[in-house]
Design a protein around this ligand. Sequence first.
Ligand code: PMP
Length: 408
Amino acid sequence: TTTELQKRDWAALEQKYYQGTFKRLPITLVRGQGARVWDSEGKEYIDFVAGIAVNILGHCHPAIIQAVQEQVTQLVHVSNLYYNIRQIELAEQLAELSGGMRSFFSNSGAEANEGAIKLARKYGRLHRDGAFEIISMERSFHGRTLATTAATGQAAYQATWAPLPDGFKQVPFNDLDAVKAATSAKTVAILVEAVQGEGGIWPASKEFLQGLRQWCDEQNLVLICDEVQAGAGRTGKYFSWEHYDIKPDIVTMAKGLAGGVPIGGMLTGPRTDVFAYGDHGTTFGGNPIACAAGVATIKTIKEQNLLENATKMGAYWDKKFQDLSAKYPHIIDSPRGIGLMRAVNVKHDLAGTIAERALEHGLLLNALGGSTLRMVPPLILTESDLDEAHAILDRSLEEVSKLPAAQQ
Ligand code: PMP
């Protein structure tokens, strides 16, 4: 109960027992339903963070509850030494969505990208004279393992961990000439987010992604799209690269794939489908529970037309929020994004302060550094959720606009 939860000082207990690598906001979430979450004091919030673009169907969706409950009573885990029905069913769904790609499941986005890197390197050994180098983008984010840290184009993530694995190089995003100039006989793959997530919600230009596709074809390179954040329907298409009329060779996924249950996925088309027995593996990857949740998530997206809803709500969000940019031009720029993957630039380093005010008033927003507010709500969002969120953001911006920091 709420009173029992209130008896314990969760911040102090975390300090004592947990290796805190995240600076927490001062609430403890204990329950979720749809686009809403509640904290240990019983306070309600509209959730525009959604576990960082994870809870595609919102919290505690009945389809996920049912799928997980049924699975948990049948078989929680099965070794990858044996066939696994749920794994095959999820792969079948993804093949349908991706136009025939084959899947491999892991447990996180970083691990999905690790698999993609290995697959690309194997392709290089077999079909490109041993080429191994991967070109990725500045401001990209691909994970926190050592190889994905090396692939991530943000120096802050890389600084402490030298020596990082060799064979990674970053070039400016949306700059095809830079990719071409960086390509050598050692290059095997180009790794790109069609919409950069952690970098601040920046879509690639059409010329860039189509140019990359063409360059990869000409040079016998592998095009890898990291769909960990932008995939699973967030942008209004199941894969964000579908907006660009291209098809990558390898696709990585995680976050929304199973609607909140941990999973990673790596998909490949036939050209790069080069893993052989023994090449790669994981104990928990593709476990029945995660895959059952994945199947339920995809079925629900289809049955409830959630791609369409993401597009519609994204457009409504844009229309609603334009007026805030006009009202507070000294604090925020105009909003941007695609589907329900949206952001707004914030001036005077005030993104964190706005997020704190919004939290106070019952809206969870995510500040990416001081200059960007990210909004990645569940795809089940309604107009009335957005109206409410708009009112809270309006009030928060009004308060922040009175602070000395906003007057400069
Ligand atoms: N790639 C992208 C584009 C991401 O946004 C993230 C997570 N923020 C990752 C990879 C890493 O995923 P995970 O945290 O599940 O390892």
